[in-house]
Design a protein around this ligand. Structure first.
Ligand SMILES: N[C@@H](CCC(=O)N[C@@H](CS)C(=O)NCC(=O)O)C(=O)O
Length: 213
């Protein structure tokens, strides 16, 4: 039995929930973190010493770090297309998954989502947000160019790299901020929305996370 600990509004939890559903795995999800609390108990800290979500339990295996969880699920349960066994075919996908986590996601979630949405309006640092937006606008054309080569990050087929990047796009397209013109990325976002698991587990309103004065 697989258990996912983490609130449905967390983008990191969403990537894992989306992967579990794409892979057709049965699992239970427990609301932990944010308004639900539960991350500071001895029992939870024994599983995840960071006190963050998500945490995944699969039999005797307990894991934290959503990127590592995604790779684990893909490697254990994914088919050859979703997680190529050939390291040379997998490497470029992994490169994009890493870029999503360390570059695109860092700017989008930890700078802009936190700075524009989670921050109380009177405390928004507009100069810092302008700088972050500049970084985002410099990064996005790389993704736009990549998506000019095929419908998915790896080309013709949907892979774990699409989850690593795609789960961030609901935030990307809904945060109240300026976006540059990206026809390929826009079409990709529409393509992802055709997947029921994306609609159900990623397109989750973040209204409850909005900072208030
Ligand atoms: N690098 C970690 C980051 C985990 C993280 O920052 N999780 C946030 C939610 S997205 C969290 O636990 N926030 C506190 C909470 O929800 O109580 C991962 O990818 O799993």
């Amino acid at each position: 039995m697989i258990t996912l600990f983490g609130r449905a509004t967390s983008s990191n939890v969403q990537s894992v929930a989306w992967a579990l559903n794409e892979l057709g795995l049965a699992y239970e999800r427990h609301d932990v973190g944010g308004v639900h609390g539960g991350t500071n108990t001895e029992e939870y800290r024994a599983m995840n010493p960071n006190g963050l979500v998500p945490t995944l339990q699969d039999g005797d295996l307990i894991m934290w770090e959503s990127g590592a969880i995604l790779r684990y699920l893909a490697a254990r349960y994914g088919n050859e297309a979703f997680w190529p066994s050939d390291p040379v075919r997998r490497a470029p996908l992994d490169m994009w998954a890493e870029w999503a986590k360390t570059t695109f996601g860092q700017i989008l979630i930890y700078q802009l989502f936190h700075g524009l949405v989670r921050c109380p309006p009177s405390k928004i640092d507009h100069a810092a947000m302008e700088r972050s937006l500049g970084l985002l606008h410099a990064a996005v054309p790389r993704l736009e160019a990549r998506l000019g080569d095929g419908p998915y990050i790896g080309g013709e087929t949907f892979t774990f790299a699409d989850i690593a990047i795609g789960h961030l796009l609901y935030r990307y397209y809904t945060i109240p901020m300026e976006r540059i013109e990206t026809p390929n990325l826009d079409a990709y976002y529409v393509r992802l929305q055709e997947r029921p698991a994306y609609r159900d587990h990623v397109m989750v309103s973040w209204e409850s996370l909005r900072g208030k004065d």
